[in-house]
Write a protein that binds this ligand. Structure first.
Ligand SMILES: [Zn+2]
Ligand SMILES: [Zn+2]
Length: 214
């Protein structure tokens, strides 16, 4: 980020910059119920009201990290980015990570799905459970799709894998919390689709974890 030589992925000064870009640093108050950072305790906490957690506001630091990872293909940033989810996941009971798949264009461009890479890293290094339960397919019902979705011509669907669906059902029954995980939340329509699918097929509630909201 600063172009200075460093043995670590980030020099101490840049590591500090990232810490200071998070709500954990920016917000001095904590929600009395869940303990997550809130601007003011008189506002509804996004986690308690909508089950939504994000690392920090959309700003230069987070945006440039995500850009480098997604568009610059700097896969060495995986541990760093995965680490930003840890304080968020810590406040969820037995989280079961469900990565939101990237667009076909994105996959073609960089050759990897960043959220699959991040969640499998979290599974390997931190012991979290994850399940690739969603797939993006070419949408057919164009009339029902939003402008953004029509642009990509894609819609979110549950995986065809009966094994994955069954596994999901068993884990939810065992008390795991379904957690939709993505890097940037834009319009929220993908999350909406995902939530609806889970409600419809499994009658389960979901939490949402992102780095930032653009
Ligand atoms: Zn630096
Ligand atoms: Zn709360």
């Amino acid at each position: 980020m600063c172009k200075r030589l460093s043995d670590a992925t980030l020099c101490p000064s840049c590591a500090g910059t990232i810490r200071e870009a998070g709500y954990g640093f920016l917000f001095k108050h904590r929600c009395p119920v869940c303990g997550n950072p809130v601007l003011d305790t008189s506002y509804a906490c996004p986690f308690c009201s909508e089950g939504k957690l994000s690392y920090g506001p959309y700003g230069k630091t987070l945006a440039s990290l995500i850009r480098r990872y997604k568009f610059g293909g700097e896969r060495s940033l995986t541990p760093l980015l995965a680490g930003l989810y840890l304080p968020l996941l810590a406040s969820i009971d037995s989280p079961l990570l469900l990565p939101i798949p990237c667009s076909r264009e994105g996959y073609k461009r960089r050759g990897f799905d960043q959220m699959i890479v991040i969640t499998s890293y979290l599974a390997r290094k931190e012991g979290y459970l994850y399940l690739p339960l969603f797939a993006k397919r070419k949408g057919k019902q164009y009339k029902l799709l939003s402008k953004e979705q029509r642009f990509h011509g894609q819609t979110l669907q549950l995986t065809n894998s009966k094994r994955a669906r069954k596994q999901f059902q068993q884990l939810i029954a065992a008390g795991y919390t379904a957690v939709l995980i993505d890097d940037v939340s834009t319009t929220g329509s993908t999350f909406h689709q995902a939530k609806e699918l889970l409600k419809l097929h499994f009658n389960c509630e979901t939490a949402i974890v992102v780095l930032t909201n653009a």
